[in-house]
Design a protein around this ligand. Structure first.
Ligand SMILES: Cc1ncc(C[n+]2csc(CCOP(=O)(O)OP(=O)(O)O)c2C)c(N)n1
Ligand SMILES: [Mg+2]
Length: 790
């Protein structure tokens, strides 16, 4: 079914005696009440064990009730997905509560342990949530990338056209200040995205204050420039009718030129203040005096706050006028705190109604005391039944949200051959081999990179698999027979999504691609490459993707001061700590390419496992002499986080634990030390992250009960270090923050000499830099001596 076809399908049901806008209005009040009451209960009624403020955003909810009622029960088609403005989370819970998908217990525990989350969460909430939100801007932009993923799946024959939906973001106006919105907009234009709606709750307030007027018309320009249709819903029907009255045209002009802050303050002050101000400003305007005199204060206040975003008919008409696939931004003017006593007040972002204010709201909605949680309280029986039927007849109510996707089998991945290789080059070769293999996994891998495709060694894969473009893109250089190693042309079957240089977009694309299974029912194996230091640029988005359990392989390369001549601006230092500290992401840093091949195979399975997650590989351009393996014992350990590259001797006094590219320095130091320290062991830590997690997990399990509670098996790092006497010292070393490995001493209480980088790098060759930053053979020998001197 096309988008246009299903829009016809979702016309209001015929049976109802109540017109749809009136249904939306009833829902609007229900949502305003339930969201306010849920927050009130959490703050004022539920016993507090810690005295902490609970919080919640009654005003942010109140400005969106009409919009959400109209969107969910008139706007949405069966395949549409929505990112809800974080602070409107209680509205989403209320909608599901009315539909019977959310329990009273969850609402009563809103913001409490095990209860409904403060901001919609795919993983923590018990209702279906399409996209988590919380960090403003990201939930908006991810919908754009989700529409790109949908197009990718359609073009690859993985999703039928008829199953296409619209990716919708309900956003606060302050989210328009986030730079990631514009980065996404630019990328979206390049990729000709479609089927995306961004609906702005234009309440002209952020957290701190009323927002500045100057940007007002500029947003339209920016979006239109990027190929979007912009629909501005400034006035509701009441206002439009009033403008047509004699004298009403002056009011329209006055509203258009009224500064945001004045409008907000007058809204808060109410009818008498509106009258006084309008009488003063419109004095002498023909017909204006009579126009105002025809309304009492209450009617005047109602008229002045009848903005587009609070008028069901206006919103429904706007939705209906945008049912093609053109990306559309709706600027819907609203009042923050609409219908609540602090409407319009500049400080209302975290404002909470006090008990007498909520009681007044309850009474105004005809809700009897004690009936506060009753879903249809305040409505007559017939109206309640009709409203319920109306809601259940909507495509949204019938939609199953999370989809299941079949697993993609992962073949063995052989290690690239060669005596000297870097992990980065080997990564490129492995992907090339997969591309050529024709194995089913090859068609599920989709790669992406923010303008570092070539320099992270993805070029050969792209030569094989092409760029993804909905419209064909010729390789002009190849056509003109100009020699180039990159033969890139774009087409629907292409498997590399080339991004401009914006790391936010990389992580948003990975997030959307990594949610293909639950969102679209088709599994993709996304691989994104980036320079390791620039992970920091997209860090919040990386966290965002992991938080909602998106599955992707992040390959960050080159890394560390090993990058030599590129200098300090490109040399990553703290990324191993990010790898250790980021939940939902397993960090590996292999030294040798056979480890890399095994880790990549493991990763493709981990990306698909129900209890799996995403993976981060920290790679290097430094070519290392590969080691001769005597057996395959290393392989199991490498996938658990480490193995003894040189087994420690009995009763040995020390061992070196290292990670990654400085393996040659470690082995040279071992050669130099072995006579003085017989049996010196070398522990190759392929994943400081897995070792640390396993260690702390085991400790937690002992105390948290469960099957293994009485005798949890030792973690991998405990088993590894058990090969050493407790009084043996450890030299830890990696090209990164020394804290990434120095904790190893805590596992069994061993002394540690930590080496690593904790100052900014600089340009240089490896001997120069390794000497300066104490990563060379001599530093390792000195660190060993330090252990014995102590
Ligand atoms: C990245 C990020 N920075 C800061 C915040 C804190 N914060 C929460 S809401 C908000 C302002 C929201 O204003 P707006 O988007 O207009 O929403 P509304 O007025 O509808 O509440 C801010 C700054 C956040 N959630 N995310
Ligand atoms: Mg706002």
């Amino acid at each position: 079914m096309t988008v246009a076809a299903f829009s016809r399908q979702i016309q209001p049901p015929e049976y109802s005696a109540i017109a749809v806008p009136a249904m939306i209005d009833m829902l609007d009040s229900r949502l305003r009440w339930l969201s306010a009451w849920t927050i009130h209960n959490a703050n004022h009624l539920r016993p507090s064990r810690d005295g902490l403020k609970v919080g919640g955003h009654q005003a942010s909810c109140a400005s969106m009730t009409t919009l959400m009622a109209a969107l969910y029960f008139h706007g949405l088609g069966p395949n549409d997905k929505v990112a809800v403005k974080p602070h409107a989370g209680p509205l989403l819970h209320a909608i599901h509560y009315l539909l019977g998908n959310q329990t009273l217990d969850q609402l009563q525990r809103f913001r409490g342990f095990g209860g409904a989350q403060s901001y919609p969460s795919r993983t923590k909430d018990r209702i279906p949530v399409d996209f988590s939100t919380g960090s403003v801007g990201l939930g908006v932009a991810v919908t754009l990338f989700a529409s790109l993923v949908q197009d990718y799946l359609i073009a690859h024959g993985e999703l039928d056209h008829s199953s296409a939906g619209r990716m919708v973001a309900l956003m606060g106006d302050a989210e328009l200040d986030e730079g990631n919105i514009y980065e996404a907009l630019i990328e979206g234009y390049k990729h000709d995205i479609r089927n995306c709606w961004w609906i702005v709750d234009y309440n002209r307030q952020s957290l701190d204050a009323t927002t500045a007027d100057r940007m007002f018309n500029r947003f339209d320009d920016i979006f239109r420039t990027c190929g979007w249709r912009v629909l501005t819903l400034k006035h509701g029907k009441l206002q439009k009718q009033a403008f047509a009255e004699s004298g009403g045209q002056h009011l329209e002009h006055w509203i258009d030129s009224c500064p945001n802050v004045d409008y907000a303050a007058l809204t808060y002050q109410g009818g008498a203040a509106w009258r006084a101000r309008l009488q003063a400003d419109l004095a002498g305007a023909p017909g204006a005096h009579a126009f105002l005199a025809r309304r009492d204060d209450e009617q005047l206040a109602q008229l002045m706050t009848n903005l587009g975003g609070h008028c069901a008919e206006t919103i429904m008409e706007a939705f209906d006028s945008a049912r093609d696939d053109v990306p559309t931004m709706f600027i819907t003017y609203t009042i923050k705190g609409y219908g609540l006593p602090f409407a319009g007040h500049k400080d209302n972002h975290s404002g909470l109604m006090n008990p007498s204010q909520i009681a007044a709201l309850r009474q105004s909605l005809n809700i009897a005391e004690g009936q506060e949680w009753q879903p249809w309280a305040g409505l007559g029986d017939n109206a309640a039944a009709e409203l319920q039927a109306f809601m259940h007849a909507s495509p949204f109510a019938a939609t199953r949200r999370n989809r299941q996707a079949a697993m993609v089998p992962v073949p063995p991945i052989p290690a690239p051959q060669g005596a000297e290789q870097s992990t980065q080059a080997a990564f490129g070769k492995i992907l090339l081999d997969i591309a050529k293999s024709g194995h089913p996994i090859a068609s599920r891998i989709v790669t992406t990179s923010p303008d570092v495709t070539v320099s992270t060694n993805l070029g050969a894969w792209v030569n094989q698999r092409g760029l993804f473009r909905r419209q064909e893109l010729k390789d002009v250089f190849a056509g003109a027979k100009i020699p180039s190693a990159q033969k890139w042309f774009g087409h629907g079957a292409g498997q590399h999504i080339e991004l401009g240089i914006a790391e936010h977009n990389l992580f948003l694309a990975l997030t959307a691609l990594g949610l293909a299974a639950p969102l679209f029912g088709t599994r993709l194996l996304p691989v994104g490459t980036v320079y390791d230091p620039f992970i920091a640029r997209g860090l919040d988005v990386l966290n965002y993707g992991c938080y909602q359990n998106a599955r992707f392989l992040l390959v960050a390369t080159p890394s560390g001061v090993t990058l030599g001549p590129e200098g300090g601006a490109h040399q990553s230092i703290n990324t191993p700590l990010i790898g250790i500290g980021q939940p939902g992401l397993t960090y590996f840093e292999p030294a040798y390419v056979d480890e890399l091949a095994a880790i990549m195979r493991w990763s493709f399975e981990h990306l698909q496992a129900p209890d799996g997650g995403s993976v981060y590989l920290r790679l290097t351009t430094r070519a290392l002499q590969q080691v001769e393996r005597e057996d395959d014992d290393w392989a199991v350990g490498a996938l658990k986080g480490g193995y003894w590259l040189k087994k420690p001797g009995h009763g040995v006094k020390a061992a070196i634990a290292f990670t990654g590219a400085i393996a040659p320095e470690v082995l040279a130091a071992w050669d130099a030390l072995i006579e003085d320290v017989p049996g010196l062991g070398v522990l190759n830590v392929t994943s400081p992250d897995l070792l640390h997690r396993g260690w702390s997990d085991r400790r937690a399990r002992r105390w948290k009960g469960g099957e293994a509670a009485h005798d949890p098996a030792p973690s991998h790092v405990e088993a590894l270090l058990a090969a050493l006497p407790v009084d043996a010292g450890l030299i830890t070393v990696l090209d990164g923050s020394p804290a990434s490995l120095s904790w190893l001493g805590g596992v069994r209480g061993q002394r540690v000499s930590p080496l690593g980088v904790d100052r900014f790098g600089q340009t240089g060759d490896l001997p120069g830099l390794y000497g300066e930053y104490r990563l060379d053979k001599d530093a390792i020998i000195d660190a060993a001596s330090e252990l014995f001197l102590d």
